[in-house]
Design a protein around this ligand. Structure first.
Ligand code: NDP
Length: 322
């Protein structure tokens, strides 16, 4: 354990659009921000391919490239971007209090303000074939990747509001959407279920799960999805459905384990923020991006809330000196 304790004015945890946007604004306000990136540097966007819906990129942009640009822009104004994961926090409930943070199990930091941008992670089924084909036809984001399946047949796995919303969204782009529901009923709200059932090119298969995602190597060696083998969990009957895309929509998990018992969360463990602000229940602690937003979850909305968090942190520090 290292004994030296570093004092930081504005510590940002997370390196997705929210974290880097907070860093750009905090650096320009001379808060000398330090970003700890976490293990997945650049966040969820680095797991997707092309981003076509972020304003300012008329031709689209590779997700990883876009996050490198965010990082460069934050660094241009003096942000100190460090690879590492926060492993423990001890947050103060006092106005002007110091938040104690531990990085990678040894480095100790005292932060005057803390901006939490740790995001959320899409849940996956956990099948080996599913993991192998991520980026080759398996996706967890219809808004990001749906366009690539124009006129094609695809699968949506899940039965909640997200799955229902993604299935109806994809039905407008794709030729046919087959929705796999593991029980004999859907969890989605009645209104969403009705929308699914009223969409002609969506077929819902109940009591059905994926047994294996089937891939085929293409000329350049990349493996892409060519179908799924599904199993009816009642009759145990298996069959193959030919599809080129598999969208997993079985929920997201916010990355908030570090803050349990210290910050207010909703019943699904998303951080609670006050009104339109990024303020949590503790002074000097702010949250932005997907870690506090289970509804919109877009890069551009996350970036917007990152800006809000930096402005809130700046105003908080200014108010302490008044
Ligand atoms: P949910 O937790 O509501 O639903 C997850 C779904 O995935 C469930 O139907 C679940 O099945 C299924 N599932 C979980 N694990 C597996 C698995 N291993 N194999 C197959 N299926 C699986 O998550 P959502 O992301 O849909 O929604 C999260 C929250 O956000 C909800 O409160 C929702 O209402 C809200 N939301 C609201 C929207 C809106 O109002 N427009 C849009 C999107 C989300 P089972 O039912 O069997 O457990």
């Amino acid at each position: 354990m290292s004994d030296t304790i570093e004092r930081i004015e504005c510590l940002i945890i997370g390196s997705g659009p929210a974290g880097y946007t907070a860093a750009i604004y905090a650096a320009r306000a001379d808060l000398k921000p330090v970003v700890y990136t976490g293990l997945e540097m650049g966040g969820q966007l680095t797991t997707t391919t092309e981003v076509d819906n972020y304003p300012g990129y008329p031709e689209g942009v590779d997700g990883t490239k876009m996050m490198e640009d965010f990082k460069k822009q934050a660094e241009r104004f003096g942000t100190d971007v460090r690879f590492g994961s926060v492993t423990k926090v001890e947050l103060s409930d006092q106005l002007g209090g110091i938040h104690k943070v531990e990085v990678d199990g040894n480095k100790k930091i005292e932060a005057e303000t803390l901006i939490i941008a740790t995001g959320a992670s899409a849940s996956y089924l956990g099948l080996e074939s599913e993991q192998r084909l991520r980026g080759g036809g398996v996706s967890a984001c219809a808004t990001c990747d749906g366009f690539f399946y124009k006129g094609q047949d695809i699968i949506v796995v899940g039965a909640g509001d997200t799955a229902a919303e993604e299935a109806t969204y994809l039905a407008k782009i794709c030729s046919k959407v087959t929705m796999l529901v593991r029980r004999d009923e859907m969890r989605a709200s009645k209104a969403m279920q009705k929308r699914v059932m009223n969409t002609k090119n969506i077929e819902v298969l109940f009591n059905t799960e994926i047994d294996e995602v089937l891939g085929e190597k293409k000329a350049f060696g990349d493996e892409v999805v060519v179908g799924v083998r599904v199993i009816n969990n009642q009759s145990k009957e298996k069959r193959v459905i030919d599809v080129t895309g598999v969208f997993i929509a079985i929920g997201h998990k916010p990355n908030t384990d570090l803050f349990v018992g210290q910050l207010d969360m909703d019943e699904t463990k998303y951080l609670k923020t006050k009104g339109k602000s990024s303020k949590t229940n503790l002074p000097g602690v702010f949250a932005c991006g997907d870690v506090q937003d289970h509804e919109y979850r877009q890069a551009v909305t996350a970036a917007g809330s990152g800006c809000t968090a930096a402005l809130d942190a700046e105003r908080y520090l200014t108010s302490l000196n008044e």
